[in-house]
Design a protein around this ligand. Structure first.
Ligand code: MN
Length: 366
């Protein structure tokens, strides 16, 4: 028997700031059991020592943590609970960031008149671009696809036996997009449809290829609308923006290791050698025939002088960002920049296929 007197559910509710209704629910869910239930009346009684746990549950509920997750924490020591709260909150912030981007995209789409009316009197912008892809020094074939034209920049990193076919198929779907007569707000729908189409193309390409089972691809692309760049991204290829002298990574890797980093479970150093470092959380997968997870979609305002880089992980796994920044800052043309970046990857071992698309936004005469 406990040494201190037990609390009735009403007294315990007041002391813990949980309602009696919540306490009954937590009992049923095995989240917080009363120490004694009166066999005759069914009244629940709690020990004062349980207050601390009850208060923690109340705070975690206020954070929005789901009850099953709270139950999983119940018996952990405080440092482990602290780590789990950190991980939970990182996931919430990542999800919010995706929704924030979508909201910004929609606001932009719905409040900006078409490019033809906004840029009538100012100089027009256009893309100067170069795409380059290399097998590297180790792999038997190049399964990457890199593509650039005056309105589409794309990198796709295929995997599996049909990787080369499916990465090409995904980019072909974007190449076929007719962006000529977009209604207001149409870019978002167009890109979503394009990703669905790319996923279908990947599936049929995988089915039509020997060893297509288990093949798939990443896809990172920028679509030029005449005044802005629409980004679509799924997987662990990346997009960077060099604006002034600052290099900004504008994509988030959809990889297992990145999510562990986000949740504070890994350091950057541990991530580089993690056994799961090649596992993707999202991709266009030929086996499922759909995207695993939704792609990121975002709209970027274009400024003259901006330089964009799209690249596969064959570059970013072996060439440090400082070196990428140095090349992008010093290379005169997209042609020079792509050549220098691929040389750098191969100097660092060339262990993977490596692809780069570099594009500059330049002003043309009105
Ligand atoms: Mn790769």
């Amino acid at each position: 028997m406990p040494l201190t007197p037990l609390l009735t559910i009403g007294a315990f509710a007041r002391a813990s700031r949980l309602s009696p209704k919540a306490l009954r629910l937590y009992d049923e869910l095995d989240l917080l059991r009363p120490v004694r239930v009166d066999p005759d009346t069914g009244y629940r009684h709690y020990a004062p020592e349980q207050l601390e746990q009850a208060r923690l549950i109340a705070w975690l509920r206020r954070l929005g943590m789901p009850l099953p997750q709270i139950r999983a924490l119940r018996d952990l020591p405080p440092p482990d609970i602290a780590r789990e709260i950190h991980a939970y909150w990182s996931r919430v912030e990542a999800e919010t960031a995706v929704r924030r981007d979508l909201a910004a995209f929609l606001v932009d789409q719905l409040s900006t008149p078409p490019a033809s009316t906004t840029r009538k009197d100012s100089a027009m912008l256009e893309l100067r671009y170069r795409a380059r892809s290399d097998r590297g020094l180790v792999r038997p074939a190049n399964q990457d696809t890199a593509y650039a034209d005056h309105r589409l920049l794309a990198v796709a990193d295929g995997y599996g036996e049909a990787g080369e076919v499916v990465s090409g198929a995904a980019v072909d779907v974007l190449r076929a997009l007719d962006t000529g007569h977009l209604p207001a707000g149409g870019v978002l729908g167009l890109l979503e449809d394009a990703v669905t189409g790319a996923a279908e193309a990947v599936r049929s390409a995988a089915e039509g290829s020997a060893g297509g089972e288990g093949s798939g691809t990443t896809l990172t692309a920028l679509l030029w609308t005449g005044s802005r760049l629409a980004l679509v991204h799924i997987g662990d290829s990346r997009a960077y923006l060099l604006r002034g002298t600052g290099l900004f990574r504008i994509t988030h890797d959809h990889s297992v290791v990145q999510s562990l980093l986000d949740e504070g479970r890994l350091t950057e150093e541990e991530a580089a050698s993690h056994p799961d470092r090649l596992l993707l959380l999202k991709s266009l997968d030929g086996t499922t025939g759909s995207t695993t997870g939704t792609p990121d979609l975002r709209l970027h305002e274009a400024r003259p002088g901006d330089r964009y880089l799209l690249c596969s992980d064959g570059l970013t796994r072996v060439v440090p960002e400082e070196e990428i920044q140095h090349v992008l800052t010093t290379a005169t043309t997209p042609d020079d920049a792509t050549r220098a970046l691929i040389d750098a990857a191969n100097r660092a071992g060339g262990e993977d296929n490596v692809s780069c698309v570099v594009a500059d936004l330049v002003e043309t005469a009105p």
